[in-house]
Design a binder for this molecule. Structure first.
Ligand code: GL4
Length: 815
């Protein structure tokens, strides 16, 4: 539908038409589900039209394209986002109203696709939005997991995981593209020899063929016809049952190959910041990479007849090391299928691939046993061996005779393939995701590589889709902003800066406070309905929502809450600024400490929320099943954003940016992008505490961190820890967690994340928060400064930096 037809009446008619054709029903008889689907189909029509146009233009002008490979895309719901971007949200809302529906109710019908774990997957989704909006010709590639991240249920204070089947109502946005089905080969053996012309021949035997079937999601950009495409591959088996085995009674065996193929896209691995060593995960990675590259190469060849100009026309961006097999896979395609020499193939490959690192956690750095890679993809292992040999020869020139160093830096050694080293060797660009993180990569994690290839290293600080996270999630705030500075910031987020001129505008500050209160009320109602807890609207809404991980230190927050409880118990009449602590977090199913921490939150919530001495001065709330759609409600309601990881471990964080943009004040360490948030807003508009990276790293390295000494010398901490050991009255024993904090686990060093060390400065910072909250005008001023300075954390800016400094493609973004 062309844009001028997005009138209320035209939309009403179009929706009625879809209902009739797809559900054979009239508006009056339709269910909410059917209304949702009809709306989605109407919006989708507009998108597919744009998608075809975009593809035609790419085809016509042959511009360089960006291919963004990521094992996760946490896209969130699409209907509202697409309607907003296409400029039809108001009309659609009005049309639905006349049909007797509230837009918000209809949005709620859409499944929230959980094709990711946390920040990494959400970032990929934000960048699709940024690419579409800034005019980058981009395609994202991932897996169409039948089950996304598990649904979290809390039973008796403990996390229970339930499968998430999102496809039924998420289907609408995915358009199958059967013609582009590719075959990926897993396992088997290979036989390589040279034919009579000296040409390499690679024969494959006994492999399992897996079909990769693509589904395309059109991703709209704001106020543009440019559409980015998200291609999700589904694994299908071309092999039916083996009837011979079946008839001889070997039923399971008959199904084996078939089932193996189809399990590849069955489920997302639910680990964040942790490597997953299962062979199925490696199959998933190769499946994504091989299908994607075959697809890109086939189309390229159809257009140009050769792959020689591949690097001019494509960038393959790998989001963390998970898709690193693009490097040997592209080598394979260029050499085996296109007769290219090693040297030519290597030039093309290493000029096409760019790599972003997203974590310095050692337990997340991917390593695969050579034997496994050999078993699942024998030709790829052969190529990796050759890359490694040449790479080590290169290293020898830089570090002659330093066998130890070369073996440490090698791609393959000790029977292990190190994916980050392969990614560094085969990419033209390596970047971190915040200034601090990029420095840590250069100075520590990849120090030796940096001395060899300084020009490959860059920084691109993360950014978020500000239209989704501000304009759509917080429409009242957006309206207030637009009443002052107009709508330009939607496309030029740095214009938010103009808001800083309104610091003296008392009416505006009061309105800001009122909007926050309205958003708090919405969250309070949700909490009342889902948790049965009545929260105090005059309390500070203090929020920590993110994956549960020790390095993120939910524990520090918990310890502090227990200390506040003690304070209030000692002196119930004290002058205390009330607090509502909100948590939302999934723990990896196999991560026992994280799961126990969730239980701990519930135990203290139980104790505090039901204590008549405490009343409504302190409440602790755990929001079940934290996900994108809940984040869209929580962020606008937050007043304090908890970003309290141990310095040097959180690569960037993106939640910190969403909170800031919605006017929450950050309490945080100098970690990840917090450092840049602090720089943007100024020290006076943020609550910074704790050790900085050099101190934290030095203390960890020295082995001199002695939490028992802190425990013995700090009565507040002692009392908190003793309480934990003693328990919280519900019979659950937390000595294991207490021991971890005080003595370390499994004979290892005491708590690597040093919560007790930062406790007292955190408590002091929290006291400042309370004091500041007593002066609403000052608070609102700080909040305004956070919003005004958040423009630099827009994904449009990040994407434009990638485009300019790494991908070398044009954008229409003005810095
Ligand atoms: C992460 C980082 O932990 C997080 O700091 C960062 O913001 C995000 C996107 O760059 O990537 N790395 C992994 S792994 N998961 C993440 O969320």
């Amino acid at each position: 539908m062309p844009k001028n037809l997005y009138t209320k009446n035209a939309l009403k008619e179009a929706i009625a038409g879809k209902l009739q054709r797809h559900f054979a029903c009239e508006v009056a008889d339709a269910t909410k589900d059917q209304i949702y689907e009809a709306c989605a189909l109407v919006v989708r029509d507009a998108l597919t039209e744009h998608m075809i146009q975009t593809q035609n233009e790419v085809e016509k002008y042959g511009e360089r394209q960006v291919h963004y490979l990521c094992m996760e895309f946490l896209v969130g719901r699409s209907l509202r986002n697409n309607a907003y971007n296409l400029g039809m949200l108001d009309e659609l809302t009005a049309a639905l109203k006349e049909m007797g529906y509230e837009m918000a109710d209809i949005f709620e019908q859409e499944a929230d696709p959980g094709l990711g774990n946390g920040g990494l997957g959400r970032l990929a989704a934000c960048y699709m939005d940024g690419m579409a909006t800034t005019g980058v010709r981009g395609t994202g590639y991932s897996i169409r997991y039948e089950h996304g991240i598990f649904k979290q249920k809390i039973e008796d204070g403990q996390q229970v995981e339930l499968p998430d089947s999102w496809l039924a109502s998420g289907d609408v946005w995915q358009i199958p593209a059967m013609d582009d089905t590719r075959e990926v080969r897993i396992g088997g053996t290979i036989d390589t020899h040279f034919d009579e012309n000296g040409k390499l021949v690679v024969e494959y035997h006994d492999y399992t063929p897996v079909l990769a079937v693509p589904y395309d999601m059109p991703i709209s950009g704001y106020d543009t016809g440019n559409i980015a495409r998200l291609r999700l591959w589904e694994a299908k088996s071309p092999i039916a049952l083996d009837m011979k085995l079946f008839s001889s009674g070997e039923y399971l065996k008959a199904l084996e190959k078939h089932a193996m193929a189809e399990t590849i896209s069955m489920v997302l691995y639910p680990e964040d910041n942790h490597r997953e060593g299962q062979s199925l995960r490696l199959k998933q990675q190769y499946f994504l990479v091989s299908a994607t590259l075959q697809d890109i190469c086939a189309k390229h060849k159809a257009k140009y007849g050769t792959l020689a100009n591949f690097a001019h026309k494509h960038v393959l961006h790998i989001n963390d090391t998970h898709p690193t097999l693009v490097i040997p896979e592209l080598m394979r395609i260029l050499m085996d299928d296109n007769d290219m020499s090693w040297e030519n193939a290597w030039n093309i490959t290493s000029q096409s691939v760019a790599y972003t690192n997203h974590t310095v956690m050692p337990e997340a750095l991917e390593c695969w046993p050579v034997s496994l890679v050999q078993e699942l993809m024998p030709r790829i292992m052969q190529i990796i061996h050759e890359i490694n040999e040449r790479f080590c020869r290169d290293l020898w020139n830089y570090f002659p005779n330093d066998f130890q160093k070369i073996s440490r830096l090698a791609i393959v050694s000790d029977g292990i393939v190190r994916m980050a080293h392969l990614a560094i060797a085969g990419s033209f660009s390596i970047n971190g995701v915040s200034a601090l993180h990029s420095d840590i990569l250069k100075e520590r994690v990849f120090k030796d590589f940096y001395t060899i290839y300084p020009a490959k290293f860059r920084n691109v600080t993360n950014g978020i889709a500000h239209r989704r996270w501000l304009c759509e999630a917080n429409p009242k705030l957006a309206a207030l902003i637009e009443s002052k500075i107009g709508k330009g910031y939607r496309k030029h987020p740095s214009e938010l800066q103009v808001l800083a001129n309104y610091g003296e505008d008392k009416a505006l500050l009061a309105q800001l406070g009122q909007i926050k209160r309205d958003n708090k009320l919405r969250l309070a109602e949700y909490i009342k309905e889902h948790n049965g807890i009545e929260v105090n609207m005059d309390s500070i809404f203090d929020v920590q929502v993110k994956r549960l991980h020790e390095y993120k230190r939910q524990m520090l927050n918990i310890l502090h809450i227990i200390s506040l409880y003690h304070k209030l118990k000692d002196n119930p009449g004290m002058d205390f600024v009330p607090r509502t602590f909100v948590f939302g977090s999934k723990a990896a199913p196999g991560y026992a400490v994280a799961k126990k921490t969730i239980q701990l939150i519930h135990s203290i919530a139980n104790m505090i929320n039901n204590d008549p001495d405490i009343g409504d001065k302190l409440k602790v709330v755990f929001i079940e099943d934290y996900k994108v759609s809940l984040a869209e409600m929580i962020m606008p309601a937050a007043e304090i954003s908890e970003q309290i990881s141990i310095a040097g471990k959180e690569a960037s964080g993106t939640g910190n940016m969403k909170f800031m943009m919605n006017g929450a004040l950050t309490i945080g360490t100098m970690d990840g992008a917090n450092v840049e948030i602090c720089e943007a807003v100024g020290r006076e508009n943020i609550f910074i505490f704790g050790m900085e990276t050099p101190e934290a790293e030095a203390l960890a390295a020295s082995g001199n961190y002695e939490p028992m000494l802190i425990y013995q010398n700090d009565p507040v901490i002692k009392r908190v820890m003793d309480h934990m050991i003693h328990g919280f009255g519900d019979g659950v024993d937390y000595t294991d967690l207490a021991n971890l904090l005080l003595h370390g686990g499994n004979g290892g060093p005491a708590d690597r994340y040093m919560s007790l060390k930062d406790f007292s400065s955190y408590a002091v910072a929290q006291e400042r928060v309370g004091e500041m909250y007593r002066r609403p005008e000052n608070w609102n001023y700080m909040s305004l400064m956070n919003i005004a300075n958040s423009g630099r954390f827009a994904a449009d800016r990040s994407v434009a930096e990638y485009a300019q400094n790494i991908w070398r493609v044009k954008t229409n973004f003005a810095f």
